[in-house]
Design a protein around this ligand. Structure first.
Ligand SMILES: [Zn+2]
Length: 129
C-alpha cells in the first residue's frame, strides 16, 4: 500500500536546492533564497531587455543603410541625413579597414566618415566588409 502523504514529499528550494521542511507550499528554504532568486530574475530580465534594444537598434541601422543604398554598391550622403533617417551612430557590429580609413560595420553594410561631414555607405560583397 502506498501511504505517501503530500507532507512527506521532499521539496527542494528553488534557489539553492536544499530540502525544505515545514509547510508543503513553501518554495524556498529561507527568505534570503526567495529574494536572491527574485533579484537574479530581475537582473536577467533587465539584461535581456537591453540586448533586445541593442539588436533592434542595429537592425534599424541596417535597414536605414539598405534603404539609402538600395541596389547600389556604395553612395555618399550627409551625416545628418543618416541621423534623420533614424540611424544611431553609437551602435555598430564591427570595425574594419577600408584602405586607410576606418569602416564602421553594420551587418553586411558599412560606413566610412569622409570630409565635410559626408558618409560613404558601402555594401559588403562576399566576405569583404
Ligand atoms: Zn534555499
Amino acid at each position: 500500500m502506498n501511504n505517501t502523504n503530500i507532507k512527506d514529499v521532499v521539496k527542494i528550494c528553488l534557489n539553492c536546492s536544499k530540502p525544505i521542511s515545514g509547510r508543503s507550499d513553501k518554495k524556498f528554504c529561507s527568505h534570503q533564497c526567495r529574494s536572491e532568486l527574485s533579484n537574479h530574475r530581475k537582473k536577467n530580465t533587465k539584461t535581456e531587455d537591453l540586448s533586445m534594444r541593442i539588436i533592434k537598434t542595429l537592425q534599424t541601422n541596417r535597414n536605414v543603410l539598405e534603404g539609402i543604398l538600395k541596389n547600389k554598391r556604395q553612395c555618399l550622403v550627409d551625416e545628418n541625413y543618416l541621423i534623420i533617417k533614424g540611424y544611431n551612430p553609437v551602435f555598430h557590429t564591427h570595425i574594419s579597414k577600408e584602405g586607410k580609413r576606418e569602416l564602421i560595420g553594420c551587418f553586411e553594410f558599412g560606413i566610412i566618415r569622409c570630409a565635410q561631414k559626408k558618409i560613404k555607405i558601402i555594401r559588403a560583397h562576399g566576405n569583404e566588409y
